[in-house]
Ligand binder design. Sequence first.
Ligand code: SF4
Length: 312
Amino acid sequence: MKSKYLFGPVLSRRLGISLGIDLIPYKTCSLNCVYCECGITDNLTIELKEYVPVDVVIEELKIKLSDKPKLDYITFAGSGEPTLNSGLGKVVDFIKNNYPQYKTALLTNGTLFYLDSVLEQIKNIDLLIPSLDAGSEEVFQKLNRPAGQLDFEKIITGAKKIRDYFKGEMWLEVFLVPGLNDSRKELEAMSAIAKIMKPSHVQINSLDRPPAESWVEAANAVQLEDVAQYFDNAKIIGKAKVEQKEYEFKKNLLEKIIATLKRRPVTVEDLISIFSVRKVEILKYLGKIEIDHNLEKEEGKRGIFYFIRNNK
Ligand code: SF4
């Protein structure tokens, strides 16, 4: 069965090898951030409901985790706000109760922390990564463009509540949009909220992919360094560690593909479905395997089947 609500494992810049769970339809969110890398929010809402059936998500997890993949995190993320799904807690608890060896992470915009029902859903998450991009109502409205029922007072209420309620690890993400949230006044206000939330560290992030609004620009290294000075334990999201992880991830994947090809003939589509890797990546690996191993091909009913004879 092909997963509808799971993606990866993927190599995440921050989380290492991460299996993603997307509990929300594309661009259903409580915010419509100008920098959003998924585009404009189609469904701007704070309505809590079971947007995707969590029982189906749990069935997909059972299949995906049956071969015990090596993961750093199972991460609730995607192209919308995961805490909008009222079944989030059920999935978290299913993982905790049945696969305690895996850690869970939640990427959230943190706008719904003022609601007790949301705090209850996320209390068993191991790693919470909320974001905070504004220190005032004005910048919140300009940069995050929230659903009508949200205002900045609710963000501050949520920041206080999450600290009292959540006992796991927390990293706070600050997304820098030059010209919007980089004034001294704004950064000092954001820093004060971060002090209330007391994350173990603050990650300073900036644009990496095309944004929802084309006028949004990436911050340069100097701007990122400047902003980092405002927060305790700030980290600019680095790349060196990721490169090492990427190397290990790719090496492991190559070995797994070779082991599969030795076990049975498979098509490119089979490999895509087994490893959840894009076609272009699979073709790259096959090219490499063809050079280093005796990769054989055979025409079959479903297309070309690739394999490696075990005795060679
Ligand atoms: S909160 Fe995240 S998903 Fe929602 S609009 Fe902002 S960046 Fe996009």
